[in-house]
Design a protein around this ligand. Structure first.
Ligand code: GLN
Length: 510
């Protein structure tokens, strides 16, 4: 007991020392910082050099990237980039998925209705790019009835849409637009002048040139969601770097020229167009969507017919006695089921012509042909497995019985095995048909204007993503429900039990 007293005292004084030390530390080094930096989520599409590009080590680079980093530094906030396609940026800003976008985006009256823009940061304009040996196209007027490549949702696409009789080919990114012109698939391409000039210079593209006279005068701005609190900070940073020489230095670095004077705002003539109601938006979109439905339907029909023919042959060959045939068909099925359809579409549309041209063969595939080939090759692989499983599901006794009745192999297949197998194949074939119908939407990536691409084109103009994509989804739903009903009816119709019952009913009613 006696020994406990000094130890308790010792503990108390130790506690006292420790707590005084803690108080001292807290007052000298405050633990939590008083102000945390805000981080803006910024949408970017790095395929628009020299504004947005990927550097040698895969890092984001370009005039816009440097500019936004300088703005963030001047206004003391952080940036987190998120890659996204250009036509998805305005819907993403409307949905507030991102806080801003940096995309060489032109400030337009239409866009200003749905997003806010920073003060202008770059003076730009549209240019017509044509093959270097073309002497006929000299102005906007000479583009009438010509085929023109554009990027979806851009001012170039909007300008091309105004040209009477122009056949417009729409692509997801600017490099694909120029590729189409280089491949000789279109007469001209409409794009931001600085981007086309940079591509020509950087890649020594002597096969194409631009017409000197610019079509438009445009200014780029940084878009944010409407009434966003970030806009103020962005504008403040931009004003700082415009006046302290940073902007001029970046301009010189990327364009090797003196920066032009920029206005503080861009004003448009007041348009009195009001915001349209959902029903009028869908009503207006319907003709284009229905045109897309027609394309989707004939794409599905072509691909399903070719897929059925190919799939049946491959399915039967899978059961062949020849090992090489069995092996080759197995490899085919593995390849087409084991790789994404999207990759197959790219390989056929962009890869195959490049390969052939490598062998010196001038070969070009139209978008319809490439789409049908990709979809039917892919569905043939699935149908082959359905056919094989269907045939194998018929008991061997049936074939033996048929053959003992004197039927040959082909006749046994035709009259005994196949009719029964077909009935069993119907439900999985119905599934495959519905999958194919939905998969046609993937050919939108090569600009083929089926239902989904028509929807994207409409959204790129009216920025009403929810209504239009809901309408597109509903149309797909109607198409798939209808097809599944047709398949159910076919199943019932082909069922001999039902047939004999119907016959019995008919006899009874008589
Ligand atoms: N400046 C053009 C526009 O705003 C193109 C921008 C882009 O493709 N990134 O429409």
């Amino acid at each position: 007991m006696h020994r406990l007293i000094p130890s308790r005292r010792l503990r108390r004084s130790l506690m006292f020392c420790l707590s005084s030390l803690l108080i001292l530390c807290l007052s000298v080094f405050p633990t939590s910082p008083t102000k945390a930096k805000t981080t803006l989520n910024v949408a970017i599409e790095p395929t628009f050099p020299p504004f947005e590009l990927l550097g040698k080590n895969g890092e984001l680079d370009g005039f816009d990237v440097d500019l936004f980093k300088a703005i963030a530094k001047a206004a003391d906030f952080d940036l987190k980039f998120q890659t996204m396609q250009f036509d998805g940026m305005i819907p993403a800003l409307q949905a507030k998925t991102v806080d801003a976008a940096i995309a060489a985006m032109t400030i337009t009256a239409e866009r200003q209705k749905v997003v806010d823009f920073s003060r202008p940061y770059f003076k730009s304009g549209l240019a017509i790019a044509i093959p270097a040996n073309n002497k006929n196209i000299t102005s906007l007027a000479s583009l009438e009835n010509k085929s023109i490549a554009v990027q979806i949702g851009t001012t170039g696409a909007a300008e091309a849409a105004k040209i009477p009789g122009a056949k417009i080919r729409t692509f997801d990114a600017a490099p694909l637009v120029l590729q189409e012109l280089l491949n000789g698939n279109v007469d001209a391409a409409l794009n931001d002048a600085a981007v086309t000039l940079y591509a020509i210079k950087q890649n020594n593209l002597d096969k194409i040139k631009i017409i000197d006279q610019l079509l438009t005068e445009e200014y780029y701005g940084i878009p944010t969601p409407k009434n966003s609190p970030s806009l103020d900070a962005i504008n403040k940073g931009l004003t700082v770097i415009l006046s302290d020489g940073t902007y001029d230095r970046l301009y010189q670095k990327w364009f090797n020229a003196k920066a032009p004077q920029l206005p503080e705002t861009v004003n448009f003539a007041k348009s009195n167009s009001s915001v349209n109601s959902t029903s009028s938006i869908i009503f207006k979109a319907m003709p284009n969507l229905l045109q897309g439905v027609l394309v989707t339907l004939y794409l599905t029909a072509f691909s399903v017919i070719l897929g059925m023919i190919g799939g049946s042959l491959i399915g039967i060959a899978r059961l062949s006695r020849i090992p090489l045939l069995r092996w080759a068909t197995r490899a085919y099925i593995d390849f087409f089921r084991g790789t994404p359809l999207l990759v197959q579409i790219f390989m056929i549309y962009f890869g195959l012509p490049a390969l052939m041209q490598g062998f010196g063969i001038n070969f070009n595939l139209g978008r319809l042909a490439a789409s049908v080939i990709a979809l039917s090759l892919n569905s043939a692989a699935y149908i082959a497995e359905i056919v094989r499983a269907g045939i194998q599901s018929i008991e061997t006794g049936q074939a033996e019985a048929a053959q003992s009745l004197g039927l040959g192999t082909v006749e046994t297949m035709r009259y005994v095995i196949f009719p029964q197998a077909l009935r069993r194949m119907l439900p999985p074939l119905g599934n495959e048909f519905i999958t194919l119908l939905k998969d046609t939407s993937l050919v939108a990536v090569i600009g083929f204007e089926e239902l989904f691409q028509q929807g994207r084109l409409i959204v790129a103009n009216n920025y009403r993503a929810f209504e239009i994509y809901a309408a597109v989804a509903l149309i797909y739903l109607v198409l798939t429900v209808l097809s599944s009903r047709i398949f159910s009816w076919l199943e019932r119709w082909m069922n001999p039990v039902n047939k004999s019952r119907e016959a019995d009913l008919e006899i009874d009613s008589k």
